[in-house]
Design a protein. Sequence first.
Length: 313
Amino acid sequence: MSKKTLMACALAAAGAVLLSACSSGDSHDAVGPAPALTTPASAAPSADNLNGLAALTSGTASSNKAEAETGDWALPNGGAPKAEQSEKAARWVQITRSRAGELDPVLVNGARLTLYRFDKDSASPSRATCNGECAQTWPPVLVKPGGKIFIAGVKRSAVGVVRRDDGKLQVTVKGWPVYRFAKDTRPGQTKGQGVGGTWFGITQDGTKAGVRDGDDAEQVPDINNGDAGSRRPATFVTLFDERDFLGSSQGISGSGCVDLTRPMIAGSLSTDGTAKIWSRPNCQGTSKVIDADVNDIRDDLGFSDQIASIFFG
């Protein structure tokens, strides 16, 4: 064998040893890359607590044209999901600020069913303790890796996920794991409110819905300071005909002044940043700056005119 061949073999062997050394040690703790996520224009990047495990998307499932009979629509009448429903139900979830019964505000899902939190869980760090039979009565709000979380009326920085004991991902709001109550079977029901003195509707801030400050004061952990979505220019605004993100919707995007194809007296809106709404085309007339989702444009903004144009930038 020639000297040149011997030297090449020696170098190859040394390289193999180095590679072996680099790959040894704590290789069993290595985590592979997060799944690639494809998000629509309304899902602009933002600080969140998802660690790349799911995609936050502004607006509702309807405004984003989610597939029928999937996500929250796979269980429109509540109850615990059957095995064949679980995969479809976990493709997406919706977290929306709304009202139900005497709870105002309270979060609801895409089927308008009330969402709850459990006092025996923890928010900092996030931990879900309702398992087994408990989870049959109180189904956790689950999303599959790479699934979508539609949000309206909730800050992006408030939404996260926690890994349950069974390895599944449960949605959290301000660190609190989120559940449904299996006995709530239609919109507006709040049968789970106050059950056992430990179950309460959850608000957009992670606090207990319907509980006055003096009754049960609590410290909400500051999981993420501020909200990136409220400081950056908006790229997308969705207008809804009715308050609480209901009714037909119209999505608007662009740069500079954008005239609406259908000027409307909107009831609510969702936005991924800061923009200005105008009552007349070409960004003229009465205006209001928006930097967060608005449940009721007339009451919350004092804007009763139609929206005819929006300024982005």
